[in-house]
Structure formats: structure tokens, C-alpha cells
Write a protein that binds this ligand. Structure first.
Ligand SMILES: Cc1cc2nc3c(=O)[nH]c(=O)nc-3n(C[C@H](O)[C@H](O)[C@H](O)COP(=O)(O)OP(=O)(O)OC[C@H]3O[C@@H](n4cnc5c(N)ncnc54)[C@H](O)[C@@H]3O)c2cc1C
Length: 261
């Protein structure tokens, strides 16, 4: 984390300096959640910074190929002066808040991915059942197509159930925030749901592109758009490798607790 927040000598204000990349709604938001290393604490602190604050600006805005309905770009903070009231929660607790936001945000991404997968699957069925014919037969008549339909149906249902389960555990944890066992189950479930759903969405979109064949590369065809959108769910709120590490870490903690290690 290169963004720094320096407390003024009289302890009444912070001055924040740094850049943030790949920010959704970078040029349209009114208030921004900014994490920064604070000079008066070894930890990270969360600040709420309003658009228009002196020294705060929007840098480069990128045209993206995925989810084109939101802006995406860079934030520049150049000696942005904010009062102590801009600190969200407690000074030095930013990492904890970030982890909480990520655990919850990963369920949101999982839900988005399940929705995308279902849409791609519905379109796949339409092509297979009513679309083009090969050697006089609709594609649904081929065993390979049936196997793919079964695979997608099963995987989407699994991803959806995992997402609901993670959301249910989040609700239970929110009601019992001091329960460490529940926290570990919740973290495993939210990371697992995002991992599963993002990969299922990507695979389903890939199958949709494939069944369309050459037509999929035509701009008006939505298959390729769905496939590109699936990368948002793949990257957003951490890549699979990071999710796998988190799940493995939590499962190890659960094991150690069970074994008294
Ligand atoms: C459309 C979109 C909107 C976004 N909006 C926001 C936003 O509003 N706010 C915000 O803060 N961020 C936002 N992001 C950024 C997003 O959070 C990051 O893209 C995400 O956390 C992944 O980080 P990264 O892109 O740096 O990829 P990395 O984490 O660097 O991963 C890139 C590759 O490195 C390899 N890799 C990474 N980690 C490991 C590992 N542990 N082990 C092995 N290999 C590994 C993998 O091959 C991986 O695919 C957005 C991104 C996108 C695409």
C-alpha cells in the first residue's frame, strides 16, 4: 500500500497522498472509500473522501471491454486534507474492515457470476434446441451437447447453492461476530462461492461462444460479450489463486483447532 495519510502536528487533520487504480465509478462517485497507511499508527486506516476535496482528482479513465455501463479508472490524491471525522471506524483498523468488505463482496461477485452463468446457459439451450442444424440435426440431438448441458446445469446449481449457503453463514456471523468457528466457516464459504461461481460462469460463457461457432465473433452476438464480462467475476475481489490460499489457510486453522495444535 503506497497511499499515506499523515496526521497534522496539532492532531486535527490528515493529509492523504497516493494513487488508486482500477476503480469502478471513478469519475461518477460522490464519496470514495480510501485505504491509507497512517503516520500515527502502524496499521491501515479507512477514510471517506468527498468528490471536490482539494487535491483529490480523477486520473486516466479507461474504456473497458467488460461491463461497459460503469466508468473505470484512476484516482489521484495529492496532499488531500481531511478532518478526523473522515476516518471511518477506528484508526489502524482498515485491514480488518477491508477483510470484512472482501468476505461480503465475494458473495456479491458470486451472485453476479451465477446470474451471468444462468443467462449464458439459457442462451446455450436456445441455440442447441432451436438454433442451427448440423447434418440435418439440431445440436441437442448430439450426446456431446447433452453432456455439456448436464455439466452446466449441475455446476450452476452447485454454484448457486454455495452462494446461498455463504450468504446464510454471513447472516449468522453478523449476529454472532465473536464466534471464531463461525467466522472460519463463513470465510471458507464466501471465498469458495466466489471461486466456484466465477469459474462456472467463465466455463458456461465459453461453451456458449463455442456453440455459436463463427457467429460468436460478430459484434451483435451477445455470447462474446458474456464471455468478456465473465472476466470481471474472475478478477474482481481477488483471483482464484488468492481465494485458494485463503480457503487453505482457514481450513488449516480449523484443523489445528480441532486437533488442539
Ligand atoms: C472491472 C473491474 C473493476 C474493478 N473495480 C475495482 C474497484 O472499484 N476498487 C478496487 O480497489 N479494485 C477494483 N478492481 C481491481 C480488482 O480488485 C483486482 O483486479 C483484483 O483484486 C485482482 O488483482 P490484480 O488485477 O492486481 O491481479 P493479480 O492479483 O495481480 O493477479 C494477476 C495474476 O497473477 C497470478 N497470481 C496472483 N496472485 C497469485 C498467487 N497468490 N499465487 C499464484 N499466482 C497468483 C495469477 O495468474 C493471476 O491471474 C477492479 C477490477 C476490474 C477488472
Amino acid at each position: 500500500m503506497s497511499t499515506r495519510a499523515v496526521l497534522s502536528p496539532d492532531g486535527t487533520r490528515y493529509r492523504i497522498t497516493g494513487n488508486k487504480m482500477w476503480i469502478t465509478n471513478a469519475e461518477t462517485a460522490d464519496v470514495y472509500a480510501i485505504f491509507a497507511k497512517t503516520s500515527d499508527d502502524p496499521g491501515i486506516t479507512l477514510f471517506m473522501v468527498e468528490r471536490g476535496t482539494k487535491g483529490f482528482g480523477v486520473g486516466q479513465i479507461f474504456e473497458k471491454r467488460v461491463v461497459e455501463n460503469s466508468s473505470f479508472g484512476e484516482l489521484i490524491l495529492n496532499d488531500v486534507e481531511v478532518p478526523l471525522e473522515s476516518v471511518a471506524g477506528k484508526v489502524g483498523y482498515g485491514s480488518q474492515y477491508a477483510v470484512r468488505m472482501l468476505n461480503s463482496g465475494r458473495i456479491t461477485i458470486a451472485a453476479l457470476a451465477v446470474g451471468l452463468a444462468q443467462r449464458a446457459f439459457d442462451e446455450y439451450l436456445e441455440v442447441a434446441v432451436e438454433g442451427k442444424k448440423t447434418a440435418g440435426k439440431h445440436l441437442i440431438e448430439y450426446d456431446r451437447t447433452k453432456a455439456r448441458i448436464a455439466e452446466m446445469s449441475t455446476e450452476i446449481n452447485a454454484a448457486r447453492d454455495m452462494t446461498f449457503h455463504a450468504a446464510w453463514l454471513k447472516g449468522r456471523f453478523d449476529d454472532n461476530p465473536d464466534n471464531r468457528d463461525l467466522l472460519r466457516d463463513y470465510v471458507v464459504a464466501s471465498n469458495g462461492a466466489k471461486l466456484k461461481a466465477s469459474l462456472v460462469a467463465q466455463k458456461t460463457c465459453e461453451y456458449l461462444v463455442k456453440i455459436w461457432g463463427a457467429s460468436s465473433v460478430v459484434k451483435e452476438n451477445t455470447a462474446m460479450k458474456h464471455y468478456l464480462d465473465s472476466w470481471l467475476h474472475y478478477f474482481g475481489e481477488a483471483v482464484p489463486e488468492v481465494l485458494e490460499n485463503t480457503i487453505a489457510q482457514m481450513e488449516t486453522k480449523k484443523y489445528n483447532t480441532r486437533k488442539g495444535l
